[in-house]
Design a protein around this ligand. Structure first.
Ligand code: NAD
Length: 268
């Protein structure tokens, strides 16, 4: 493998057995990172990601953990340190949707999404920060002592009827990320987020597989294409690299202009 910008760096990617997490793990392994491929269910899919990483000459391990459970997150970090001895980057990506109209939403539906999408981000970023602090005086592999990229969504600023648990979790990530960034910046830890718009993955398969729904969706995307996972992986890698060393507490919207609110271009 050629020298890459993550050579000798350890990168944890949560929810890496599919979609955006998978693309991030493969892309960053291709740039020299040792990747920790976290998965929740479907070990075979995680193994396929590792195979793909190894085929390209990269290195990684797979670790099962539910990001919403504190003991599981601690074990994920233990496994990472046992294998690689240090951590350089967290890509806190795991997330899911449980949709229901607000009037019908049960507490369980609310809680499940908040637990995984928001509490999971809290647990994973806190453990990453604790580990970065322990490494502060050691040999550094990049300018910052550690970097985190949190996976948010355009729904951290675009309200989403019928998905209020999801939108609330992503809105929560926005201020969680900015507050962590403010607190950790003096320690030379960088924290940023990416907010994808519509990217073709399992999470929204029902939309892009249906011709009519896909056509409707394109009306919301000025750039007139649905995104692919690599669009997101490239931005995540940039935010985790020294190339973005002066970027801290920011969210990059990767959405083909969805947050330009195209409905207003000839209306309102
Ligand atoms: P996906 O369903 O392919 O990936 C989600 C991953 O999270 C899966 O691998 C799943 O196993 C994992 N996961 C779920 N619960 C978990 C848990 N408790 N512990 C650990 N892992 C868990 O969908 P995706 O589109 O790749 O989603 C990844 C992230 O991107 C999510 O946070 C999602 O909200 C966000 N996102 C996606 C889009 C999009 O258009 N695809 C847009 C905006 C934001």
């Amino acid at each position: 493998m050629s020298q890459g910008k993550f050579e000798n760096q350890t990168v944890i990617v949560t929810g890496a057995s599919s979609g955006l997490g998978k693309a991030c793990a493969i892309h960053m392994a291709g740039q020299g990172a040792n990747v920790v491929i976290n998965y929740h269910s479907g070990k075979d899919k995680a193994e396929e990601v590792l195979e793909e990483v190894e085929k390209k000459g990269g290195k990684g391990i797979i670790v099962k953990a539910d990001v919403s459970k504190e003991d599981a997150v601690l074990k994920l970090y233990e496994a990472t340190l046992k294998e690689y001895g240090k951590l350089d980057v967290l890509v806190s990506n795991a997330g899911m949707q449980v949709d229901a109209p607000f009037l019908d939403m049960t507490l369980d539906q609310w809680q499940k999404v908040i637990d995984i999408n928001l509490t999971g981000q809290f647990l994973c970023t806190r453990e990453a920060a604790r580990q970065f602090m322990k490494q502060a005086k050691g040999k550094k592999s990049s300018t910052a002592i550690g970097k985190m990229v949190m996976m948010s969504s355009v729904h951290d600023i675009i309200p989403w009827a019928g998905h209020i648990n999801y939108a609330a979790s992503k809105g929560g990530i926005l201020m969680l990320m900015r507050s962590i960034a403010q607190e950790l910046a003096p320690h030379k830890i960088r924290v940023n987020a990416v907010s994808p718009g519509a990217i073709k993955t399992a999470i929204n398969k029902d939309v892009w597989e249906d011709e009519e729904k896909a056509k409707e969706l394109l009306k919301l995307i000025p750039y007139q294409r649905i995104g692919v996972a690599e669009d997101v992986a490239k931005a995540v890698a940039w935010l985790a690299s020294d190339e973005s060393d002066y970027v801290n507490g920011e969210t990059i919207y990767i959405d083909g202009g969805m947050t330009l609110y195209p409905e207003f271009s000839d209306n309102g």
